[in-house]
Design a protein around this ligand. Structure first.
Ligand code: MG
Length: 376
C-alpha cells in the first residue's frame, strides 16, 4: 500500500501563505489550514443548508455538513492508502462545499441564472475562495484565513480545470496545470459520498425501492442477493445497509485502483509531473465508473426529479429570483456591511454574495421579512 507516495504533494515545497506567519510547534501548515476551515462561520452554516432533502422531512437525512464529513472520511481514507498528503486532502474535502448557496443545486443554478443577466456567473468554488480570502474576518493582520496556496488552488480546481487566460483573478493558481492528486480525489470522493447517501436517504424517503435499485444497478442487485443469502432472517432495511456498505467499499476500492493505474500508465514520477500530465489521474476504472453512472442515473430519475423534490426546487428557485430582484431594486434593504460593499463592487455581485452565504432557514427569514411583508 501507499502506492503513490512518490506523487504526494511535498509540503516543504508549498508556495506558502499570502501573509507569512511563524511556524506552529506541532501542526504543519495543512493541518492548520484544516483547523482554520473547521472554525469558520461558513463551515458551521453547512448544517443548515440542504444537501438534497430539505430540512423538516426527516432528522435522519444528510445535510451539507454531514455530507461534507462523509466526503472527508472517504477522501482521507483514499489519500492514506495511496500515500498522499491526508491533511491537504482533508482540508480540501472539508472546504469543498463551503461556498454552496442555500437550497442545494436549485440555489446554485438560480444564482448563476441571475448573474448571467448581468454578464457574470456564479460558481460555488469561486464563492468558497471569496469566503476564505475575504469574507471570514478572524484575524487582525489579514483578511480571510490566509490559507496555504495549495489549499486555495485545490478549492478553485478540485472540480474543474482552469485554462490559461480564463480569468485574471485565477491567474495565480497555475492555469493550464492540473492540481495535485490530493485535490483531484475530492470530486470523486464527493460522488461516492452523495451517490451512496442519496440511495440511502431515497429509500428512507420512500422514493426508491430495493427492487428499483437492483434493476438499475446490477452490482447492487448482487450485493443485495449476497446479503439476503448471508442474513436470511434479517430485516430488509438492515440487509440494505449491509449491501450499501459493500457498495461504498467497492467504489472507494475502485477509486484507489483506478488512480494507481492511471498514474502508472501516465508514467508520472512526482507531483510536478502530475501537474503537467495534461489530464486528471484520479479516476475510477471502467467497471466502477459504470456502477457510479448507473447510480447517478437512477437517482436523477427517481429522486432528484421526483415530484416532491421538483416542486421544492421550483419553489426555492422562484423565491431566490424574487429576493434577488428585490435587493437590486431596493439595495437599502441589504444589511449595512453589504450596502458598504456595494460602493466598491457591482450591486448584483454583492446581492449574490449575500444570498449565497445564507442558510436555508436564514433565507426563509429574510424572504419573510422582505417579500412576504413588504415595507411600503
Ligand atoms: Mg459535495
Amino acid at each position: 500500500m501507499r502506492m503513490l507516495s512518490r506523487l504526494r504533494f511535498p509540503i516543504a515545497a508549498s508556495r506558502g501563505r499570502r501573509y507569512p506567519e511563524p511556524a506552529h510547534p506541532y501542526r504543519n501548515p495543512f493541518q492548520r489550514d484544516r483547523d482554520r476551515i473547521i472554525h469558520t462561520r461558513a463551515f458551521r452554516r453547512l448544517e443548515a443548508k440542504t444537501q438534497v432533502f430539505p430540512p423538516g422531512i426527516s432528522d435522519h437525512f444528510r445535510n451539507r455538513l454531514t455530507h461534507t464529513l462523509e466526503v472527508a472520511q472517504i477522501a482521507r481514507t483514499v489519500a492514506g492508502v495511496l500515500g498522499l498528503d491526508e491533511d491537504l486532502t482533508e482540508a480540501l474535502a472539508l472546504a469543498h462545499d463551503i461556498g454552496h448557496p442555500p437550497f442545494a443545486h436549485a440555489g446554485e443554478e438560480e444564482l448563476d441564472r441571475q448573474m448571467l443577466r448581468h454578464g457574470d456567473r456564479f460558481d460555488h468554488n469561486l464563492h468558497a475562495l471569496h469566503i476564505v480570502e475575504r469574507f471570514e474576518q478572524r484575524y487582525v493582520r489579514f483578511p480571510g484565513l490566509n490559507l496555504s496556496f495549495e489549499v486555495r488552488e485545490g478549492i478553485v480546481k478540485h472540480s474543474r480545470d482552469v485554462r490559461t487566460g480564463e480569468d485574471a483573478a485565477l491567474d495565480e493558481y497555475l492555469p493550464g496545470l492540473q492540481p495535485p492528486l490530493e485535490a483531484q480525489l475530492i470530486d470523486l470522493a464527493d460522488e461516492i459520498a452523495y451517490n451512496t447517501a442519496d440511495l440511502d436517504d431515497g429509500v428512507s424517503a420512500g422514493l426508491l425501492s430495493l427492487r428499483q435499485i437492483g434493476d438499475a444497478v446490477p452490482a447492487m442487485a448482487e450485493l443485495l442477493d449476497t446479503a439476503a443469502t448471508q442474513y436470511p432472517g434479517a430485516a430488509e432495511r438492515t440487509r440494505f445497509q449491509e449491501a450499501l456498505r459493500q457498495l461504498i467499499d467497492l467504489l472507494v476500492s475502485g477509486l484507489i485502483a483506478g488512480t494507481a493505474e492511471a498514474a502508472r500508465n501516465a508514467g508520472v514520477q512526482s507531483c510536478e509531473e502530475v501537474r503537467g500530465a495534461g489530464a486528471r489521474l484520479a479516476c475510477f476504472p471502467p467497471e466502477t465508473a459504470e456502477i457510479n453512472r448507473q447510480c447517478k442515473q437512477l437517482l436523477h430519475r427517481l429522486v432528484y426529479n421526483s415530484d416532491a423534490l421538483l416542486a421544492e426546487r421550483r419553489r426555492s428557485t422562484a423565491m431566490i429570483s424574487e429576493l434577488f430582484h428585490l435587493f437590486l431594486r431596493q439595495p437599502e434593504r441589504l444589511p449595512a456591511p453589504y450596502q458598504e460593499q456595494a460602493r466598491e463592487e457591482p450591486l448584483h455581485r454583492v446581492v449574490c454574495h449575500y444570498i449565497a452565504g445564507m442558510t436555508d432557514q436564514y433565507f426563509a427569514r429574510v424572504y419573510e421579512q422582505n417579500v412576504s411583508r413588504p415595507w411600503r
